[in-house]
Ligand binder design. Structure first.
Ligand code: PAF
Length: 281
């Protein structure tokens, strides 16, 4: 497996694969790979001839008081995991390779980025859309793979691809959870033992809503309230949001009639975790 650090070398690698008639799958990541990422990579390998994973802790998607500096980084460990999941090349540029001096171009997906995580993390999705479009331009994949855990990110990227007529297929892979229900996240490593235990309230509360919906509850307020009450019962949990929107357009809804997203963001100490379920009616 190759580790490629420059745009020029990445383009050469892709050109050779294209010449050989291969299809390309891209799995964009920020590293600290876990089973969720590896599932994306294995799915990509099953669908594409060549899988490229990017590992780039993208500075433009972090706010001034966020965890850019402390975000876990382990290229050597990640390389072993990625190779075992079928990745042929890792694209691992330095920030200066992606954002050279005088960098001035950003992608702004309007509307759907104002709510949920976009509300408390202004500029986050501008950074995500910008780096993902740059990765698409550099790697030129047939298909790119993203996790449903970042459901709003998926909605933003799908909208960007559609609005900008990018010839790339987006594949969404369901949330990968630990055996006890906690959604896999690189940020889980920040949790103390007590916070890790408390964080189980996320999947538990979403399960309650899912069960209520299965029994016929359609009112968004009632489903939200079930989740909020359960999370508030956990003393280490501080709710940032519990919201239900239509999906993927993230419009306000009173009743869950068509596809809808129930999403939560909750802090445990200094660690902010997100989780969600999608109701498919
Ligand atoms: O989901 C992530 O890890 C990041 O937001 C992404 C898509 C790799 C862009 O930096």
């Amino acid at each position: 497996m190759k580790i490629i650090e420059t745009v020029a070398e990445m383009r050469e690698f892709i050109a050779a694969k294209r010449q050989a008639g291969k299809t390309i799958g891209l799995v964009p990541t920020m590293g600290a790979l876990h089973e969720g990422h590896l599932t994306l990579m294995r799915t990509a390998k099953a669908k594409c001839d060549v899988v490229v994973a990017s590992i780039f802790v993208n500075p433009t998607q972090f706010g001034p008081n966020e965890d850019l500096d402390s975000y876990p980084r382990d290229l050597a460990g990640d390389a072993v995991k990625a190779e075992s999941a079928g990745v042929e090349a890792i694209f691992h540029p330095q920030p200066s390779e992606m954002y050279s001096a005088g960098y001035a171009t950003y992608i702004n997906v309007e509307g759907i980025t104002d709510k949920l995580c976009g509300k408390s993390r202004p500029g986050h999705f501008r950074g995500v859309a910008t780096v993902v479009s740059k990765l698409f331009n550099i790697v030129q994949p047939d298909t790119a793979f993203f996790g449903q855990k970042d459901a709003q990110q998926v909605a933003v990227i799908e909208r960007m691809v559609r609005d900008l007529n990018m010839a790339i297929q987006i594949e969404v892979v369901t949330i990968v959870r630990e055996a006890d229900g906690l959604a896999r996240s690189s940020r889980n490593t920040y949790l103390s033992k007590e916070e890790r235990e408390a964080a189980l309230v996320l999947s538990r509360s979403l399960r309650l809503a899912s069960e209520a919906a299965a029994k016929g509850e359609r009112k968004a307020a009632a489903l939200k309230s079930l989740v909020e009450t359960e999370i508030k019962g956990e003393s280490l949990a501080k709710i940032e949001y519990v919201e239900i929107y239509s999906y993927p357009d993230l419009a306000e809804i009173e009743e869950v009639k068509e596809t809808a997203l129930l999403a939560v963001a909750v802090r445990f100490g200094t660690t902010r975790l997100i989780d969600n379920i999608i109701f498919n009616n």
